[in-house]
Ligand binder design. Structure first.
Ligand code: NDP
Length: 309
């Protein structure tokens, strides 16, 4: 039994060390050293190189290095009947919660305005708004959205979330399905996007939906870049419909040099780093699922290919 993994070179060593520490019996093959393809039962990848998965006759599961699987889906044909497991691990959740809380508080506490004032050497107080008066809305109440919702609500923000199916989470109002999207947006002064990228969520933040937010709403975009119509967002920023944004994901990454977002006074941007899988904690999630498969149980956090996430 072997596990083939393909991650960026820098982090390959960290993965190999974490696997060696927690499962010294597991044979590791690091891409491109596949060896005998018959040995490989598990693959851990962000985006599999074309044609590789179909060459592995004994494959039992594909583990995504990330929480999203859009990169995996985009990489080409996936072998039928092999479970795809998305990454759910405490390090990734903690990193995203930190980022969402940081970004939300920066926007809430006028750090964009103070950055402009600092650049202009201008000293002026802006009246603070109590958290109770800033309604937070989280698009996507899954693993990451729920934890961000929970922590943000501890600051006193009234928090609501939108998902496909209704949730019952203490202290978080649940809106579900397309029919409730407008009502959800119209009560969200600060919107966090933590949706997976699927055909349904592509360009979900567009002219129409951005206009449904309260005037001057704030945006934290950490799902995927293709969920945002960037021209519509720029218009909304320029008109004041959107008061400010923290953007971590973009339609094209790296962000092209000519993108107006780079120098936009109402934007703080980061290079798709809101959260990263932590090999040290993630190997435990992978090994737990390998143990489940060995016992004949279904792995946890499998992707439903029909839903697309
Ligand atoms: P989950 O699968 O746990 O949660 C997804 C949530 O989105 C669920 O609540 C789901 O609803 C909801 N959803 C999906 N499609 C729709 C739809 N059409 N309408 C309404 N709600 C919908 O994912 P995670 O929380 O683990 O991750 C979310 C995303 O975060 C990832 O897919 C990835 O794109 C992004 N991400 C970004 C990172 C970054 O660094 N920027 C790092 C990690 C992740 P329901 O609960 O009803 O199924």
């Amino acid at each position: 039994m072997a596990l083939l993994f393909k991650t960026d070179i820098d982090r390959g060593t960290a993965w190999a060390q974490a696997f060696a520490k927690h499962a010294p019996e597991l044979e590791l093959r690091q891409w491109p050293e596949i060896g005998n393809p018959d040995d490989i039962e598990y693959v851990l990848v962000w985006a599999p190189p074309e044609g590789v998965l179909s060459r592995l006759p004994n494959l039992k599961a594909i583990f995504s290095v990330g929480a999203g699987i859009d990169h995996l889906m985009a990489a080409g044909e996936l072998p039928e009947g092999i479970p795809i497991v998305r990454m759910v691990e405490p390090g990734l959740t903690a990193g995203m919660t930190e980022f969402v809380v940081m970004a939300s508080l920066m926007l809430h506490r006028f750090m964009l305005e103070y950055r402009s004032q600092q650049t202009a050497h201008h000293w002026e107080e802006i009246n603070q708004i109590p958290t109770a008066q800033r309604r937070v809305g989280i698009l996507g109440l899954g693993t990451l959205g729920q934890e961000s919702a929970r922590v943000l609500s501890t600051f006193g923000f009234p928090v609501a979330g939108w998902s496909r199916t209704r949730k019952e989470i203490s202290g978080v109002d649940s809106f579900a399905g397309e029919t409730e999207l407008k009502a959800f947006l119209s009560r969200s002064d600060l919107l966090v996007c933590l949706l997976p990228l699927t055909p349904e969520t592509e360009s979900i933040l567009n002219r129409e939906t951005l206009a449904q937010l309260p005037t001057g709403a704030l945006l934290v975009s950490v799902g995927r870049g293709r969920q945002v119509d960037e021209d519509a967002l720029l218009e909304a920023l320029d008109s004041g419909q959107i008061g400010g944004a923290v953007l971590d994901v973009f339609r094209q990454e790296p962000l092209p040099a000519e993108s107006p977002f780079w120098d936009h006074p109402k934007v703080i941007l980061t290079p798709h780093v809101a959260s990263m899988t932590n090999p040290e904690t993630a190997v435990l999630a992978v090994l737990d699922n390998i143990a489940r498969i060995k016992k004949g149980d279904a792995p946890s956090h499998t992707v439903d290919l029909k839903r697309g996430y």
